[in-house]
Design a protein around this ligand. Structure first.
Ligand SMILES: [Zn+2]
Length: 277
């Protein structure tokens, strides 16, 4: 390469990075993100704005007769409280596992009776899924849940409102998804969680996959080494602090003021329906 051609290549580099940046800027259009924020902010959470290094680990689709007790042992060894979003069908098969989780200080949330897509169901169908699971959790633990995670994160704004009104539930989504249901191997699950987790994060995983359970000891070790503290989802929500008054709409989001927002995480929209959850 001659010296005279260098400026040309530098210019190409600039253009390339500008082009790469565009989709990120478009995805963060604050008008889109903020449109429904006031109405939904107290009902739906995919992360929580907190003043401290607190996060919530959540485990979906159990209980599993074998894997959930293994996870409970790991959580106990680390003195970590987690949140389990359980399937009603599984609760009535293994109520003793759910009872143990509750007794050991973990939170139990409703994840439907049989994992259907709420967004495509009638109100009566959704109500039955939620009520039967609510009853099953009450039967196993003695207490009714206060949190719902819709399967696949699929739920309409209208469903959120009437479920909140009728059941008193808060709707819990997530901002960290290691895609562990694809069974990518324990080290990938761990690395994805470590890369994405920040203060106030709600981390999604599933206690029905062996690799997820295998990933957790080193995941917890590494999160602890980074200074994170573990709480249940309801505890995390109770820690919520108001967002500082934003100088511009762009700073609205889930990232604490003490953390420098990065392009990929400064705004966390609720997940669209996905195979996760
Ligand atoms: Zn699920």
């Amino acid at each position: 390469m001659s010296v005279s051609s260098l400026p040309f290549f530098c210019f190409i580099g600039l253009v390339t990075s500008q082009l790469r940046a565009e989709p990120t800027i478009a995805a963060q259009d604050p008008k889109k993100i903020n449109r429904n924020a006031p109405a939904e902010s107290s009902v739906t959470f995919s992360s929580v704005h907190v003043d401290g290094p607190y996060i919530a680990m959540t485990f979906d689709d159990g209980p599993s007769a074998t894997l959930t007790p293994k996870l409970l042992d790991i959580l106990a060894a680390h003195h970590i409280k987690a949140t389990f979003f359980v399937i009603g069908e599984n609760v009535v098969q293994h109520p003793e596992v759910v009872a143990r989780a509750a007794r050991e200080g973990h939170e139990i949330g409703n994840h439907s009776w049989s994992h259907p897509n709420f967004g495509k169901m009638s109100d009566d169908g959704v109500r039955s899924q939620v009520q039967r699971t609510d009853d099953a959790i009450k039967g196993a633990t003695g207490a009714r849940p206060t949190l719902l995670r819709p399967p696949y994160g699929s739920i309409t704004a209208r469903q959120k409102r009437w479920i909140h009104d009728q059941f008193g539930y808060q709707i819990i989504l997530w901002d960290v998804d290691p895609y562990d249901w694809k069974r990518p191997g324990p080290s990938v699950v761990r690395n994805r969680i470590l890369k994405e987790t920040q203060p106030g994060s709600i981390v999604l995983s599933h206690d029905i996959h062996p690799g997820t359970i295998e990933a957790m000891p080193s995941t917890f070790d590494a999160l602890e080494a980074k200074g994170f503290r573990f709480v249940t989802v309801s505890e995390l929500i109770r820690m919520a602090v108001p967002q500082p008054s934003p100088p511009s709409p762009r700073t609205h989001g889930s990232v604490p003021a003490t953390i420098t927002p990065s392009p990929s995480t400064s705004i966390v929209p609720p997940p669209v329906p996905s195979p996760s959850g």
